[in-house]
Ligand binder design. Structure first.
Ligand code: CO
Ligand code: CO
Length: 314
């Protein structure tokens, strides 16, 4: 696919080659279109929350590029014979609520009959060129790594599916998954950073590995500084670990220092939904970024740094 002429154009600034969060296409010397699509099967019990999470997650890839979302197309797959469509209406209501919060206009969409429910959005945004664009390829050795949401949502979603999740733990995970990365994005663009991505299905290690590959760096994590949602460690210990996270562990096993049986490695590999931004920022600008986040009411944790080399150690 990477070699196909359909994937190249002089105005394509970010394409599929660097596994970035969204494509960026220049439409004027100072403006780029940011485009991304994301949809998935239910991650929580309540239809409305699922819709809210799906919207926040789809928007997140635009924010991870430093972009501002403008329009969205909704996609829904629904087993009409098996599941009341009134539930789908609740999902859609939740999605619309978060799109409205983001100032992103739903301009259309498509629904199909499907074996299991699926929901999500294709989102189009804009980014100011060249200064507003943040890719995953600009990281440099010595950059600090800042994360803006705690991890553990894959483990918690698995516990929810198995009906063993304490309600307060589930509520906290939903609160994080429905929190927009908008303020974090505005803060990072204002502070000036090297690279960013959002932490989603490949987990913290997998998405950090993408920054490493695109930037030609390695990374050292302060594992104890990585924020984890309250209750997630207990659920991991109780055996909650989703299939996606197991795949992540296998994918990163060759280049991380931790043993794949170790709970810390497992937590760092946990597949996230609508996770935070993972931002690489020059050492001298770490404080400025943390202050810019704090000014906008966004949490920021310094969790490590980029290094020479290629692996991830802690
Ligand atoms: Co992403
Ligand atoms: Co995505």
């Amino acid at each position: 696919m990477h070699d196909h002429p359909a994937t190249h154009h002089p105005d394509l600034l970010v394409g599929i080659d660097t596994s970035d969060d969204a494509g960026v296409y220049r439409i004027a010397p100072d403006r780029g279109l940011v485009q991304t699509v994301d949809f998935f099967t239910p991650v929580v019990d309540h239809p409305r929350d699922w819709g809210r999470i799906a919207a926040a997650n789809a928007l997140s890839d635009v924010y991870a590029m430093g972009g501002n979302p403008l329009t969205a197309l909704q996609m829904i797959g629904w087993p009409r014979e098996k599941l009341d469509f009134a539930l789908a209406a609740e999902v859609i209501e939740g999605g619309a609520e978060v799109m409205a919060e983001a100032g992103c206009t739903i301009v259309g969409g498509h629904s199909i009959d499907d074996l299991e429910p699926k929901y999500g959005f294709a989102v189009t945004g804009e980014v100011r060129l060249p200064g507003g664009l943040v890719t995953n390829a600009g990281g440099r050795p010595g950059d600090g790594l800042v994360l803006t949401k705690p991890i553990g949502t894959g483990i918690i979603a698995t516990a929810i599916k198995r009906a063993v999740c304490p309600p307060e733990v589930a509520a906290e995970a939903v609160r994080w998954m429905t929190t927009l990365n908008r303020a974090a994005s505005v803060a990072m663009v204002s502070a000036g950073v090297s690279a960013a991505t959002d932490v989603t299905g490949f987990g913290l290690l997998g998405h950090l590995a993408e920054i490493n590959r695109a930037s030609g760096t390695g990374a050292r994590l302060d594992a104890g500084a990585v924020p984890v949602i309250d209750g997630a460690w207990d659920l991991l210990e109780a055996g909650m670990f989703p299939g996606g996270s197991i795949r992540n562990l296998k994918a990163v096993a060759g280049f991380v220092s931790g043993d794949t049986d170790d709970p810390v490695t497992r937590m760092l590999a946990d597949a996230q939904t609508s996770g935070g931004l993972l931002i690489a920022v020059a050492e001298g600008a770490v404080t400025r970024l943390l202050e810019a986040l704090e000014d906008r009411g966004v949490d920021g944790w310094l969790i490590g740094e980029l290094t020479e080399g290629s692996g991830i150690e802690w």
